[in-house]
Design a protein around this ligand. Structure first.
Ligand code: ASP
Length: 429
């Protein structure tokens, strides 16, 4: 303890600052640097890319090992099934709410009005939706090694679940293998902690690049649609998620809001919820008190199928396009948008810009012009930052809720989020 204090006092002001504060400093300095340098801020991007690469490096081994450990620590397969069904149901329900918020706000604030665009022939090809049978067949990897190599999270989940269940069934003989996965998973958590120390610098580089690239002249004409998407995102996290935590989870939502700063900042700047996964898992375990078993199952699943921010954005974008082109939508069209966007958001990969591609699906389903995509594409990164943050905050909220309902949430850790926040796991212990 004394040694830790000596180390602390030697670390200086920056060294003693909690991680989330460093991240915020990195963001602000990044915006300032980007505004001063303009497009030249691109030279700072490699710092961000280095951070993204480092965090991506963690995803496959972290998800795989922690999921196997999650299953072997659970033993009870009925419980696993229950947790799966519960998570998917909450994921879908919250997504439908997100898109309704998007549609409601876009109807109220009319971001596309006055743009008077005229549609010509379809400009780009719409993405085809995969069939249900195809989707189900694709869940099972023919070759788990190539699923791991390709980083196909859903296939990795299926294989890890199968392996975990098999290890449980083997009994005594499987103990050494379980111990290996256990210690590898611990090492991956440790590596995540080390990589997260790079976050403030990586985030600085990424913010500088974005701020330098999108000057005010690009953003101003589309200011309204950006504002609507951001207001919707804030409402969804601060009002809806907090409300669910309070009224369904019967927990104080403040620790949740305090705790989500790190993963949300990583999501905001990397625009990839899969890429943010290591930070999300670390936060759920250390800051929110969600058990290893729940967090290692619910979060990778969420990062692949739960995209509330993307759904909200699709609602806003679809109405924006309709308004910009002066097309009236009927009530049935709204329902179609809700349904397609919910399904499209499940199919959206947690990578930068994926939501824009899925938007083509929503636009074609309700017969809106594809040129709308082109307008949105110009500012998609800015919108992606908001929607990815919401995606990640949603995953975190569901892990808390499921943890709470299964008695696998340490409320003491959860309620102390503000105090232990930013410390390393050793210091917090
Ligand atoms: N970038 C988003 C994510 O990773 C997906 C999207 O483009 O909507 O969550």
């Amino acid at each position: 303890m004394e040694q830790a204090q000596v180390k602390k006092s030697q670390a200086g002001f920056w060294g003693n600052l909690a991680l989330w504060k460093k991240i915020l400093v990195g963001m602000v300095l990044g915006v300032i640097a980007g505004s001063i340098l303009g497009p030249d801020a691109e030279v700072l991007k490699p710092i961000g890319t280095l951070f993204i690469n480092a965090i991506k490096m963690l995803i496959v081994p972290l998800v795989f090992c922690s999921l196997v450990v999650g299953v072997t620590s659970m033993q009870d397969t009925r419980k696993m099934g229950r947790i799966g069904v519960k998570s998917v149901a909450i994921y879908l329900g919250t997504t439908a709410v997100a898109i309704s918020i998007g549609l409601g706000l876009a109807t109220l604030l009319t971001p596309g009005e006055g743009l008077n665009m005229a549609a010509t022939a379809a400009a780009s090809e719409a993405k085809e939706a995969p069939t249900l049978v195809q989707t189900i067949l694709n869940l099972v990897p023919k070759n788990p090694i190539s699923a791991l190599a390709a980083g196909n999270i859903l296939q990795i989940i299926v294989f890890a679940l199968g392996l975990g269940v098999a290890l449980n069934l083997c009994g005594e003989k499987a103990k050494p293998a379980i111990a290996v996965f256990d210690s590898l998973a611990e090492a991956m958590y440790k590596l995540t902690e080390l990589v997260m120390k790079l976050a403030p610098y990586g985030i600085f580089g990424l913010m500088a690049w974005v701020a330098g690239k999108y000057g005010l002249d690009i953003l101003l004409p589309l200011f309204k649609v950006i504002a609507v998407a951001y207001i919707g995102s804030l409402l969804h996290v601060l009002v809806f998620y907090s409300g669910v935590i309070k009224f369904v989870g019967r927990l104080n939502p403040i620790p949740y809001i305090k705790g989500l700063v790190n993963p949300a900042a990583v999501a905001f700047t990397t625009t990839s919820s899969s890429g943010t996964l290591p930070a999300t898992i670390k936060c759920a375990r250390e800051e929110m008190g969600v058990s290893k078993g729940i967090s290692s199952f619910v979060l990778p699943l969420g990062a692949t199928i739960n995209m509330d921010g993307t759904a909200l954005y699709q609602g806003v974008a679809a109405l924006f396009v309709a308004q910009a082109f002066g097309i009236d939508l009927a009530f049935a069209d709204y329902l179609t948008i809700i349904l397609t966007a919910t399904l499209a958001s499940i199919g959206t990969a947690g990578v930068p810009g994926a939501g824009l591609i899925m938007l083509s699906l929503v636009l074609t389903t309700v017969g809106l012009p594809m040129e709308g995509l082109a307008i949105i594409a110009g500012i998609d990164r800015i919108l992606d930052m908001a929607r990815t943050s919401v995606n990640v905050c949603g995953d975190l909220m569901v892990s808390i809720l499921v943890g709470r309902s299964e008695n696998e949430l340490d409320t003491e850790v959860y309620n102390n989020t503000g105090e232990v926040y930013g410390r390393t796991s050793e210091e917090a212990a």
